[in-house]
Write a protein that binds this ligand. Structure first.
Ligand code: ADP
Ligand code: MG
Length: 627
């Protein structure tokens, strides 16, 4: 019998499973039961539209049976089954292999992470078994097949006998080792407790033959072992249960079982509404960013159930984009089972639910921010960017909902602060909410443009993400306070009058010098002038008008490469010794002034994090100064 090879990536994962040191090996049972339940779901859906199939609830179940003598564990289902091709395609290739490409070798070495990140479903059987056998008969087929594998070196498929449609998975449980008592997975009590723990809310009965000692008939002290088939799971979906009966752990298990994510959620929100619209929902705020979250492939949405039956895996209409990170499900009796995607979109009930959910999420986030700042910080690290996009998108129509949820790093607090926290600490004479834009907090710390504002003792918010300044421009004000970049022309800081007058006279007195410098730089800058904000640095670039230099940077990096330019001003600190050199060069050596002007301009570009037009010329210029 020819052995077939696994696809390369599947093989790697298999090897990892076989050698896994993952401590929660018991989850293999959850995976196999969940596959069985999915397979029954598939028949269920078919029966909804196909009259020749009647769905008789009693004939659909999952059965778990252990045989200690042969060391085998069998999980059988009466689900839709698999054809020969499906056995080949579904079990020979790992479904989520694409996700692997994204992980680097190091992370993959640690099997834990793979299981944690992607949960490898069926293959997890190899954590506890030496041989895995799958016997399956597909709905509508006369033939059954047996798929078998001893691990990474391949698998076989042969025709087999099986009367009923469905699938049997038979695991030959590994021999016990010092670290791991695999034999436990053949013990009734252990299996029962794993099923209870992970699969309690599976909608179909999970049956086991349970042996109990009973008094013999007509006897007062003689016992006999009686085997009885019992249903182990309660089958009540978690969202129909009373909140008070549920523990955090139950929600976490549900999150894992549902594959909402492979992290531990930061928070769950359990909603039961019985009003104009009736629904139950369990929502989760994840902790980690799904690897594809900020990519085009990511699809937002919640699972949608109609009275306990899944009708859509990802219903996007239930979540606004800015809350697209929320995972979970909604079950409503008021939705029809066979509703189409298009009709659903316009469904009044669904819209009501969505609106309701949005408010709940907002309130929960606000509560988290207030009650558990450390957790909120954690959440914000992952999804803060999305909230800021939310403020910016849809022409700012969601800003009222989101403005109290965003945070920025504060120059004074040295941590993230909300806008409310910023404004509540503003000194009375401070007009604006100041911010500075840069690549990292460390770089902004050193920005010359921040000098005057910082010197005044005002707090500065650090904007390090592309979206920040755009979001804030959309917000315009917070509690009637305008936002102002430390690089903007008017900082609204009252210098004393003599100072202003002095600047004006100085500007006039040096007009020819500045005109000359402007002439050297041409279109690159709109103006060269005396800086009111610089203290210790000789030079900086600022901008005038709506478009800041940082926004220009962001826009120029867009795929469609918008070639918009900010109006740049080269500001010179006339209290700096460099200015004396400029004045001297102006009177004695114009070539030197040209050289100095170019140097200062390029320095300002560097500080701003902008590329220099001609780095070779720049270094040549520096050499000229040195020799
Ligand atoms: P996933 O469940 O996420 O798709 P798995 O590795 O758990 O990934 O399973 C792979 C595929 O094998 C399933 O999608 C399904 O098509 C098939 N499969 C596994 N177990 C069964 C089963 N008991 N009955 C029918 N099909 C199954
Ligand atoms: Mg699965």
């Amino acid at each position: 019998m020819a052995k077939k090879q696994f696809k390369a990536e599947s093989k790697r994962i298999l090897e990892m499973m076989i050698n896994s040191i993952y401590s929660h090996k018991e989850i293999f049972l959850r995976e196999l039961i969940s596959n069985a339940s999915d397979a029954i779901d598939k028949i269920y859906y078919k029966a909804l539209t196909d009259d020749s199939l009647s769905f008789n609830k009693d004939s659909y179940y999952i059965k778990v049976s252990a045989d200690k003598e042969t060391r085998t564990l069998k999980i059988s289902d009466t689900g839709i089954g698999m054809t020969k091709e499906e056995l080949e395609n579904n079990l020979g290739v790992i479904a989520k292999s694409g996700s692997l490409a994204f992980k680097n070798e190091n992370e993959i070495k640690d099997g834990f992470d793979i299981i944690g990140q992607f949960g490898v479903g069926f293959y997890s059987a190899f954590m506890v078994a030496d041989v895995v056998t799958v016997i399956s008969k597909a709905l509508g087929s006369d033939e059954a097949y047996k798929w078998e594998s001893k691990g990474a070196d391949g698998y076989t498929i042969v025709p087999f006998e099986k009367d009923e449609v469905g699938t049997e998975i038979i695991l030959k449980i590994k021999e016990d080792t010092e670290e791991e008592k695999y034999g436990d997975y053949l013990e009734e009590y252990r299996l029962k407790s794993i099923i209870k723990k992970y699969s309690d809310f599976i909608r179909y009965p999970i049956k086991m033959d349970i042996t109990t000692s009973k008094l013999k008939d007509d006897s007062e002290n003689e016992f006999e072992d009686v085997v009885e088939e019992q249903v182990i799971n309660s089958m009540v979906p978690i969202w129909r249960k009373n909140k008070n009966e549920l523990k955090d752990e139950d929600y976490e298990n549900f999150y894992a079982e549902k594959r909402y994510g492979f992290d531990k959620p930061i928070k769950h929100i359990h909603i039961s509404v019985d009003g104009a619209v009736r629904y139950n929902a369990i929502l989760f705020i994840p902790e980690k960013i799904p690897f594809d979250y900020y990519s085009k492939e990511f699809e937002k949405g919640l699972e949608l159930y109609s009275n306990g039956v899944l009708i859509m895996e990802k219903c996007p209409d239930l979540l606004p984009d800015y809350f697209s990170f929320i995972k979970g499900m909604v079950d409503s009796e008021d939705l029809s089972l066979n509703i189409s995607r298009e009709i659903l979109q316009h469904d009044r009930q669904l819209k009501l639910i969505a609106k309701n959910i949005k408010t709940k999420i907002k309130n929960e986030l606000q509560k988290l921010l207030k009650d558990d700042r450390a957790k909120y910080d954690e959440f914000y690290k992952s999804f803060g960017r999305q909230l800021k996009y939310g403020i910016y998108s849809d022409f700012g129509s969601n800003k009222a909902d989101l403005q109290d949820l965003i945070m920025f790093y504060s120059s004074k607090e040295k941590k993230m602060v909300t806008l409310d926290e910023y404004v509540s600490k503003m000194p009375e004479e401070q007009k604006y909410i100041y911010y500075a834009v840069g690549e990292t907090n460390e770089r902004i710390d050193k920005l010359p443009q921040t000098e005057l504002v910082a010197d005044k003792g005002y707090e500065i918010l650090y904007f390090t993400e592309d979206i920040d300044e755009f979001a804030i421009k959309m917000l315009m004000t917070y509690k009637d306070k305008e936002f102002r970049s430390v690089s903007s022309g008017d900082l609204g800081i009252e210098a004393d009058e003599t100072q202003t007058d002095k600047t004006d006279t100085d500007q006039d007195a040096n007009k020819e010098l500045f005109d000359y410098m402007k002439g050297v730089l041409g279109d690159k800058v709109k103006d060269v002038r005396i800086s009111k904000r610089l203290k210790s640095h000789p030079v900086c670039l600022t901008s005038e008008g709506e478009l800041s230099i940082e926004m220009e940077k962001v826009l120029s990096m867009m795929p469609d490469g918008q070639k918009v330019k900010a109006d740049k001003i080269l500001e010179i600190n006339i209290n700096h010794d460099v200015f004396k050199s400029l004045q001297a060069a102006f009177t004695s050596d114009k070539d030197k002034l040209t050289l100095y002007t170019n140097l200062l301009y390029n320095q300002a570009l560097l500080i701003e994090g902008l590329p220099i037009n001609d780095p070779v010329e720049f270094t040549n210029d520096i050499c000229k100064v040195m020799v």
